[in-house]
Design a binder for this molecule. Structure first.
Ligand code: GDP
Length: 425
């Protein structure tokens, strides 16, 4: 049976923490989309780690960590991440990487950076990890799958020369940057082949066998539903699907095998990068939440950029859970809100004078104004509480109001960044 752990919001919901905890009982933990463009922060007995590409199950000695075919793999970053864990003395799990995953090449990162530079103030706020160029090349069929890194020179050179012809037109005429050299790219491909060699596997065959053997598989999503290429706030989205449904494709498993979909929901809102954010807070109120948020403040795990923060948005979250097909919710960072006298929940959007609870398309969303409902705060620290009944009444009321508004049972309440700071209901 497969459980997916995915985000309902804009990412940074705390999926890494929830996956790290659930991975203790899993046999396989699989990343199925994205690349090193975002990060999960994990705090456990080994220390505090920012993972970008590695599955959060890497800390479990028994679970196999899988990088699925839907991921964009930057081999050098993967090697660096593994080294960081080894330097910290982590006895990590076995890692396998799909031979069908796409390879992020250095020119993907260059093109990402050049495009951001060209767009200047109108940029997407890319993390410059090469995702958009890499996924574009995948669908234009000019990318390289991991398995192709081991092809001979005669097979690779015509593909490389074709890539250079296309990219160098952009390099010369659009970006005015140095041209790509096919020999250098061939060398890079062979370097990547050596870095990845110990890990390459037919991961979907491995996972199908695991299903036959009744093993427990966890799929780990990156970012959240509102950053999904199709269903998110297009074009301010990421370049791969962030939805549990895509897990079937990005991990190469049967869709009907994904039976449990744990949607991670943040008890307030946060987002990185540009795009409409209806319940966003500004000024001192925002600064205080950003300072107190997450574990040591709301700053990006990959970039260190300050995250935008806001009140809980029930409209966006209900939609996020719906698109994920959530069967249950893990509500995180509830402990952070203990300082507030009252909490505002965005229960509707006012679009041109009409109130809606359906998350609209981007053009409508840009015009939406939040409609708030207010609840009393609990004004105390809830860290260390292990039973739901022991949470202050105002806190339980907040959790249950969220549950009612999003229409999915809240099965877990997270009250701290550490692995065990999790209340099961
Ligand atoms: P992910 O990408 O969804 O895994 O999220 P990130 O790791 O980018 O951001 C979540 C941040 O919140 C991290 O710093 C976590 O350590 C932290 N975190 C997760 N759950 C909780 C929680 O319940 N309480 C607090 N205070 N921090 C949490």
């Amino acid at each position: 049976m497969i459980t997916a752990v995915v985000g309902a919001n804009w990412g940074d919901e705390g999926k890494g923490k929830i996956t790290d905890r659930l991975a203790q009982d899993a046999d396989y933990v699989v990343r199925f989309q994205g690349g090193s463009n975002a990060g999960h922060t994990i705090k456990n007995e080994w220390g505090k780690f920012a993972l970008h590409l590695l599955p959060s199950g890497i800390f479990s000695k028994d679970a196999v960590s899988v990088i699925g075919n839907g991921v964009a793999v930057n081999a050098k970053i993967l090697a660096e991440e593994l080294k960081t864990l080894e330097d910290a003395g982590v006895e990590h799990s076995k890692l396998i990487v799909s031979d069908r995953a796409q390879v992020v090449m250095s020119y993907h990162m260059l093109l990402d950076a050049y495009e951001e530079e060209r767009l200047a103030g109108k940029s997407f706020g890319s993390t410059k990890a090469g995702m958009a160029p890499c996924y574009s090349d995948k669908y234009a069929k000019i990318g390289f799958q991991v398995g192709e890194l081991y092809a001979d020179r005669e097979t690779l050179m015509p593909r490389i020369e074709n890539v250079c012809r296309i990219k160098n037109t952009l390099m010369e005429h659009l970006y005015h940057k140095p041209l790509l050299d096919p020999e250098e790219i061939y060398k890079e491909i062979k370097e990547n082949a050596e870095i990845l060699r110990p890990y390459v596997a037919h991961t979907s065959a491995v996972l199908h066998q695991a299903l036959k053997d009744d093993k427990k598989i966890l799929l780990e999503g990156q970012l959240g539903a509102l950053k999904d290429t199709d269903h998110g706030i297009y074009p301010m989205v990421t370049s791969s699907s962030t939805l549990a449904g895509f897990g079937a494709i990005g991990a190469g498993v049967p869709p009907y095998a994904i039976q449990k979909i744990i949607c991670v929901v943040k008890a307030y809102s946060s987002a990185v990068g540009a795009g409409a954010f209806v319940s966003e807070l500004f000024g001192e109120e925002a600064d205080e939440l950003r300072r107190r948020g997450g574990d040591g403040g709301e700053f990006g795990a990959t970039t260190g950029r300050p995250r935008r923060v806001g009140n809980f948005d029930a409209v966006a979250t209900r939609y996020g859970c719906m698109m994920q097909g959530a069967t249950e919710v893990a509500l995180t960072v509830v402990d952070v809100l203990g300082y507030l006298d009252e909490l505002k929940i965005c229960v509707g959007y006012d679009v041109d004078g009409k109130i809606t609870t359906d998350f609209p398309n981007t053009i409508q969303l840009e015009k939406a104004k939040p409609v708030y409902e207010t609840m009393p705060g609990w004004k105390c620290d809830i860290t260390g509480i292990t039973k739901y009944e022991d949470l202050p009444k105002e806190c339980r009321d907040y959790v249950e109001r969220i549950e009612e508004l999003i229409g999915v049972p809240v099965a877990m309440v997270s009250n701290g960044p550490a692995r065990d700071e999790l209340i099961f209901r």
